[in-house]
Write a protein that binds this ligand. Structure first.
Ligand SMILES: *Cc1c(COP(=O)(O)O)cnc(C)c1O
Length: 386
């Protein structure tokens, strides 16, 4: 059989469109070549206006974890109290970053994997004593749980307006509804999730209030991720502080062009519709969703193996890979019990049909007797209704 690459359906990296690959493949020029300076300027302005950012938007080489670090160290000073919410693996990572930085960190944990810390719990905790910073994960990639961010920001505005809100939006930005004017102080993501680029760039949106907070703080111990070092570059892209990732910036320019062409609201709707179709199709094959009803994310799904299906985790995921789709294993409390699908960024109907077909064939080849087409027909019907 002809060898081909499997579809990349893990929660990052996601499929990279041809035109974005071409942008990365361009001949590299200097970061201060007027052509790059101009492209970088337009990019930062587009990122700011698309997500309604009144402060500073940053594009810095590094992975999502770097963006998480950058997001907290610039707004939390050493006598600040941090309330960190965690719904799973990446929430735990943010708790770890906060505690090893030495911030006085209290942790609010979801009742169990697949659930979310609630707005009510956060309100109660913030009412108990003084906190300066709230940290949370918009979409928790290990469970496929979407945090109710709109409700949270409304509650924060009315009940705790003095607390700065820092959000890990790595698995949501560019796929899930959000605008900075909801009242978030730092939102962050990276290139290889909903933006559909190779890994390599961190992107942060900081509110005017977050920028002011950093300005009011003494020098921080970090250098590379210091807002104060990068703000001059983001205000004047001729300036230098750590060589910008020239080709990645072009890739992000192209990604943002694709997003603007589709329209942000359309993109949000498409992600919701696709994720509902995937869940319905999986359900028809007997898989349950790891995330609880009401908090299921439009970008990542945990599919739990049906009881009694006799599917072995490693063998099943290898079979799906062999049938043409790369899905991810589960982490933490879900490890071994199911698999994860990243359905983010620049994917289309063909991607979904091929994905479900690969899963269906893998089920049958692994001895789980389902009728061929049982999941696909549900997907087809869902696509016809879009
Ligand atoms: C992927 C991911 C990260 C980590 O990003 P890296 O690029 O792997 O460092 C952090 N948070 C969430 C929610 C993620 O999905």
């Amino acid at each position: 059989m002809m060898k081909r690459n499997p579809l990349v359906m893990v929660p990052g990296p996601t499929p990279v469109a041809r035109s974005i690959q071409d942008a990365m493949g361009r001949e590299t020029i200097s970061y201060n070549d007027p052509r790059l300076v101009a492209d970088f300027r337009v990019l930062l302005d587009n990122l700011a206006s698309l997500w309604k950012c009144d402060g500073v938007t940053f594009v810095v080489a590094g992975s999502g974890t770097m963006a998480m670090e950058m997001g907290i160290v610039n707004v939390a000073s050493h006598d600040d109290r941090v309330l960190a919410c965690t719904n799973g693996y990446f929430g735990d990572r943010y708790v770890d970053i906060c505690s090893r930085k030495g911030f006085e960190t209290e942790v609010l944990r979801a009742e169990k994997w697949g659930k979310s810390v609630t707005v009510g719990e956060i309100d109660a905790k913030l009412s108990e004593k003084r906190f300066d910073i709230l940290v949370l994960t918009h979409v928790e990639t290990s469970t496929g749980v979407e945090f109710p961010l709109r409700d949270l920001t409304k509650m924060m505005r009315s009940s705790h307006p003095e607390v700065l809100v820092v959000v890990d939006g790595v698995a949501s930005m560019g796929g899930v509804e959000f605008y900075m004017d909801w009242g978030v102080d730092v939102m962050l993501t990276c290139s290889q999730k909903c933006f559909g680029i190779s890994p390599g760039l961190g992107i942060l949106w900081a509110s005017e209030r977050a920028v002011e907070k950093r300005r009011s703080m003494p020098p921080i111990t970090e250098s590379y991720v210091d807002f104060e070092k990068w703000i001059p570059v983001m205000k004047d892209t001729m300036k230098y502080w750590g060589t910008p990732a020239v080709n990645m910036i072009w890739a992000l320019c192209e990604s943002v062009r694709i997003i603007m062409e589709e329209g942000l609201e359309n993109r949000f709707r498409r992600h919701r519709a696709y994720s509902a179709a995937i869940r319905a199709s999986l359900a028809a094959m007997g898989f349950e969703t790891g995330a609880a009803e009401g908090v299921r994310s439009p970008t990542v799904t945990v599919a739990l193996y049906p009881e009694g299906a006799g599917l072995d985790d490693n063998a099943f995921r290898s079979a799906v890979y062999g049938e043409g789709a790369h899905v991810a294993g589960c982490l933490g409390d879900f490890a071994g019990l199911g698999f994860r699908i990243g359905h983010m960024g620049n994917i289309d109907e063909h991607t979904l049909i091929s994905l479900m077909a690969s899963i269906e064939r893998a089920c049958i080849k692994c001895g789980y007797k389902i009728e061929p087409g049982v999941g696909l027909s549900v997907m087809q019907r869902a696509l016809l209704e879009m």
